[in-house]
Design a protein. Structure first.
Lengths: 129, 129
DNA sequence: CCTAAATCTACACCCAACGTCAGGTTTAGG
DNA sequence: CCTAAACCTGACGTTGGGTGTAGATTTAGG
């Protein structure tokens, strides 16, 4: 029953422009579930999930080529144990990257908080004294 | 005694090109400790530290403008209460961004872990059955 | 003193990742 | 059936973050 949507709805739900979707399609990141005679694109919900995954991977610092290389892993069920092991490997690499990123970000946040506290103190002192 | 170095040495030590250093200088991210008559740039070790900080902030997803806005916080004390309030504002904005980013990243990580668990299970089943 | 290596400025160019615009086509709803 | 809203393609423009190159100047070492 999961009905199809047009590019407008998809772009709104995924928070990207329709030109971006066209662009991603040209790069092979995403394609419509259906394209009837006239040329309108129709998408199902996996398209939305792909776009969300793309955004997440971008935030990890991958460029679109790199994303194209791994994106299918999240959606295609690799067949055969060989395929599954490959997928597992890549997922674990991504996890390691995400972990590192998370640590750096946490440290940065702590740093920011320290600086904020320092600044607030300095401002309070300037106002008091 | 910390002697000065020329741009060539700095670029090598910081692992960026000298063109990039020129570029950063134009953006106000970095300037030579000294520039004698003829125009050669001479840098001290803080330049190296700045370049390293820039790289770190880039990995966190800040662009060069945003980096310019916060970089000095790590190296100079803003003078005057006006300056301090400005700094505070920027820091708080960065903190909010970092926080959002952190949450997204955490969700992404959980997602990865789920996928990994799923894959491991499938592989185990394939080997058993 | 002379020369090779390092540096200087200025302008042009590059790539990724889109955005804008124009002109034509399609579709849904009244 | 008609029209506005949505969509299409293709070409060109833009922004961020640099890189390349040319021609001149400077510096250090022999």
């Amino acid at each position: 029953m999961s009905s199809l949507m047009q590019i407008g709805e998809l772009s709104e739900r995924a928070n990207v422009s329709h030109r971006t979707i066209h662009y991603y399609e040209r790069l092979g990141l995403l394609r419509p579930a259906e394209r009837e005679g006239a040329g309108y694109r129709y998408y199902d919900d996996t398209a939305l999930k792909r776009l969300e995954k793309i955004a997440a991977l971008k935030r990890l610092g991958l460029n679109l080529d790199e994303i194209a290389a791994v994106l299918d892993l999240y959606f295609v069920d690799a067949t055969g144990i060989k395929g599954k092991e490959k997928v597992l490997e890549i997922l674990q690499a991504q996890l390691a990257k995400a972990d590192t990123h998370l640590h750096e970000l946490t440290a940065f946040k702590r740093d920011l908080e320290d600086n904020i506290a320092r600044m607030e103190k300095l401002i309070a002192q300037a106002q008091q004294g």
